[in-house]
Design a protein around this ligand. Sequence first.
Ligand code: NAP
Length: 321
Amino acid sequence: MHAMVISEPGGPDVLRWAEVPDPVPAAGEVVIEVTSAGVNRADLMQREGRYPPPPGSPPYPGLECSGRIAATGPGVTGWDAGDEVCALLAGGGYAERVAVPAGQVLPLPGKVGLGDAGALPEVVCTVYANVFQLARLAPGETLLVHGGSSGIGTMAIQLAKAAGARAVCTAGTAEKAARCLDLGADLAINYNEQDFAEVLGERSADVILDIIGARYLARNVSVLATGGRLVIIARQGGSRAELDLGMLQARQASIHATTLRARPPAEKAAVVAAVRENVWPLIGAGQVAPVIDRILPMTDAAEAHRIMAGSTHFGKIVLRA
Ligand SMILES: NC(=O)c1ccc[n+]([C@@H]2O[C@H](COP(=O)([O-])OP(=O)(O)OC[C@H]3O[C@@H](n4cnc5c(N)ncnc54)[C@H](OP(=O)(O)O)[C@@H]3O)[C@@H](O)[C@H]2O)c1
């Protein structure tokens, strides 16, 4: 088969569509014939050599895909060859075929076809695991999501609104901020023109889904409400910062930092099962939908990475076989 090989750490041009060994399903795994694969910012970091895949996972980029089951390994129940599915991957989605533990496979939710469903598993599982399972966003509470225009942000806004919460976000341009409002955000702050902490004021957010890290830490803590939960899922603004524990204590607040990819398959399977039960019906009803900026051929992954690095997209970039 073919897969997108990272020939050496570097820029988009190190990606090569090359012949590689076919995946063989181990016990408990299925092999998926890939139809579409979502592009995630982590794929760019992996390509640059800054985010190695967990041991035992395919070396090719791609944290989510859709496709048809081509083969099942020993002990797999509930999935058969030919089933149309999508899956949360530890890697390997930029390929013709990928092996994945059966617990990380989802049926297609109604209303989203095989060609688009590769945009769903990573963002839905990340938002659900962090905003709902960990931070327990409740109806009537306020979620602040940084990067409302990202694949993650566009899903977080929709899921927060579907859960009866208030969704506020940051975005880098007026146009992106306007599109976040169209998607349902109650407030979208252009971070290049305004300081989100000044706009929101102290103690205004119950949950924050943060992708900036160090540069926003002090401001994030200042806007946390009493009992607030700050969940950091990326460090685009650095790793080291000073934390005023007094401010955290005064707010009875907590800070978490997580990654989905590093979790063992059993933990990912638990997230996937909860997503199937709680989010899939919302997608099936059309209340929540993937926001797809554009679809490119799988072999144009380098171009997809250039677009994502330039941040001109809104929502997901999808590669199609
Ligand atoms: N820990 C985990 O498990 C996990 C899982 C999935 C994703 N992530 C992280 O989540 C983030 C989004 O991922 P993605 O694949 O959806 O990427 P993406 O679509 O490329 O989004 C990147 C976002 O960063 C925003 N951004 C850049 N500088 C900002 C700033 N100063 N303030 C606020 N926002 C800023 C961009 O906003 P503008 O374009 O408006 O500037 C853009 O929306 C990435 O950092 C990724 O690593 C973490």
